[in-house]
Design a protein around this ligand. Sequence first.
Ligand SMILES: Cc1cc2nc3c(=O)[nH]c(=O)nc-3n(C[C@H](O)[C@H](O)[C@H](O)COP(=O)(O)O)c2cc1C
Length: 166
Amino acid sequence: MKVLVAYLSEGGNTEKLAKGIFEGIESSEKEILSIKEVEGVEGYDVIFIGFPVQSHSVPVSVEAFAKTLPDGQKIAYFATHGSMKGGELAVTAFYHALTISKNVVILGTFGCRGQVKQSIIDALLQKAEHRGWAMEAQGAAGHPDAADLEDGKNWAQKMIAKALAR
Ligand SMILES: Cc1cc2nc3c(=O)[nH]c(=O)nc-3n(C[C@H](O)[C@H](O)[C@H](O)COP(=O)(O)O)c2cc1C
């Protein structure tokens, strides 16, 4: 099985998770690349796509990448986010990822928290409308941690098993 893990990471959190996911994939033909390094998307049995949640959504470059995938491509999305795991902000971003992914087969999604830079939290705390989210983001300190990486690894194995069963 030929597998690609493609990710965007501005602060290193999603890259860390991508590496954990990559470790969980038992395939002799696996590659891990930053989305900016991907030269072609043809010929992969499964593509894992990772991104940091930004403004409750999918970063523009990741959306553009998702739109280049061939019809019928099996994909799985993973993300890191400052907000709570399973919380509304992360779910909204995944929902967006699913709506932009037309004519592909979505195997599943995985999200975990990713530490938010203190400078960003400080700036958000200054604005009343962002204060709630900034308070929530403080709880992401130290993530992704070893447990997140283990969960990501296990999830990747499930995604591969699902792809093989289809
Ligand atoms: C500009 C910007 C916008 C962000 N917006 C959100 C958001 O809407 N929801 C959220 O849960 N986290 C948000 N975050 C937090 C990041 O998703 C989180 O810290 C992530 O782990 C960063 O991943 P990276 O280190 O791979 O870039 C934002 C971070 C930045 C820098």
